[in-house]
Ligand binder design. Structure first.
Ligand code: GLA
Length: 392
């Protein structure tokens, strides 16, 4: 059964009724621009064909109930209690349910709407976005929830505002200090295109990727090494970036240029310097990738992808041996460029590969993992797909 069918079936088995509608939102792959989003910088992600689907129905009371195929125990709260639950009592809510309930909370906060002014709802979720693969299953559940509630609660928010509500849910309700890239990619994605986003102005441009026309495939190499951004490394990297910006007297590292890096080196310790150097050079690589793609086509961006990986491995230090092995092996077997994608510390890497070389590269990565004694990776190609939408 498709994920849409599963969401529908879960809804009808929960309520014995038909849903009022079906919505969905995709995961994302970041082509380039990592950890630049919370530095007010540039990112260039696209939406995946994997989606989270939600079936929604109205209730006669003022409660919200969520259920999903990840955990069939429904979670139900009074809409008026959302404000007490987030963020203070979030621990009382099952972890996955903090995402959709957090979005409901964030939408009410953002619009200033009173809990009493919206109707009770049941939401049933099913997803084919791999969880923990660095493809932002969290943005997919946030985007589908935000789109559905925006429609049935007649909030009138545009896609950027819905992405902002998703980010607020993730930051404040879930407690993961992430940027806005994933939510924007999931809301704004378009078929065969990337979303070039300025994370300061939130201005987005749709940029044609043209992979298929150039005979290229984008191969995702999910290492199956799990990661979580509400803990540890992600937060530390963010703090290092804030220290760097403060040392340079600017609001964010977006405002530091490559020419200023020697000055940064004089003002901060060596580790902080390398963290800053990653962000400053990565911002430039995003701008270069977009310009190169427009001027010379997708075959020409491979080296920028690979340089981005080296910067994350050596300067930002967010890669792991499995990601490095996937990248190195893909490059040794014909990939034009490869890099880890997403927050790091696990998850997936991507490789830009000639259509005819996908099978060889895939087999080589699988063999390299087996030889290294790593768990089996999951490799698949993705075609950039459409963002959040109502499906029925
Ligand atoms: C995670 C976060 C994003 C972004 C990336 C790193 O996916 O959710 O906001 O910071 O990591 O680029």
């Amino acid at each position: 059964m498709t994920a849409a069918g599963e969401a529908y079936a879960l809804f009808t088995s929960l309520t014995d009724a038909e849903p009022a509608g079906l919505w969905s939102a995709p995961g994302r792959v970041n082509l380039i621009g990592e950890h630049t989003d919370y530095n007010d910088g540039f990112v260039f992600p696209f939406a995946t064909p994997h989606r989270t689907h939600v079936a929604l129905g109205h209730r006669g009371d003022a409660r919200i109930r969520v259920v999903s195929t990840f955990d069939t125990v429904p979670v139900e709260v009074a809409i008026a209690d959302l404000d007490d639950l987030f963020p203070a009592r979030r621990d009382e809510i099952a972890e996955w349910a903090r995402y959709p309930l957090g979005v409901a909370w964030a939408l009410l906060q953002q619009t200033g709407r009173d809990a009493a002014s919206v109707t009770g709802v049941d939401l049933a979720f099913a997803s084919d976005v791999p969880v923990g693969a660095g493809l932002s299953s969290s943005a997919a559940i946030e985007g589908s929830t935000a789109s559905a509630l925006n429609d049935v609660w007649s909030l009138g928010l545009d896609k950027v505002a819905l992405a902002q509500a998703g980010r607020r849910a993730e930051n404040e309700a879930v407690g993961a200090p992430t940027g806005i890239m994933d939510q924007m990619a999931s809301m704004l994605g378009e078929t065969d295109a990337g979303t070039f986003l300025d994370c300061r102005s939130l201005e987005a441009q749709v940029v044609d990727l043209g992979f298929a026309r150039a005979g290229l495939d984008l191969l995702v190499m999910d290492t199956r090494v799990a990661h979580a951004h509400s803990t540890g490394g992600y937060r530390e990297r963010r703090e290092a970036c804030e220290r760097g910006a403060a040392a340079m007297g600017v609001p964010a590292l977006r405002d530091v240029t490559i020419e200023q890096l020697p000055e940064v080196a004089e003002r901060v310790d060596e580790v902080t310097f390398r963290r800053v150097r990653h962000i400053v050079t990565e911002n430039q690589r995003v701008l270069d990738a977009v310009a190169t793609l427009r001027e010379r086509g997708p075959r020409a961006i491979g080296d920028l992808l690979t340089a981005s990986h080296a910067s994350m491995r050596d300067d930002f230090e967010i890669s792991v041996p499995e990601l490095n092995l996937a990248v190195d092996t893909a490059l040794a077997h014909g990939a034009l460029g490869a890099r880890m994608t997403g927050g790091g510390f696990g998850g997936a890497a991507i490789a830009l590969v000639d259509h005819g070389a996908v099978a060889t590269a895939t087999a080589a990565v699988e063999k390299a993992f087996a030889d290294a004694g790593f768990g089996a990776p999951h490799l698949f190609t993705v075609r950039p797909a459409e963002g959040a939408r109502r499906d029925g």
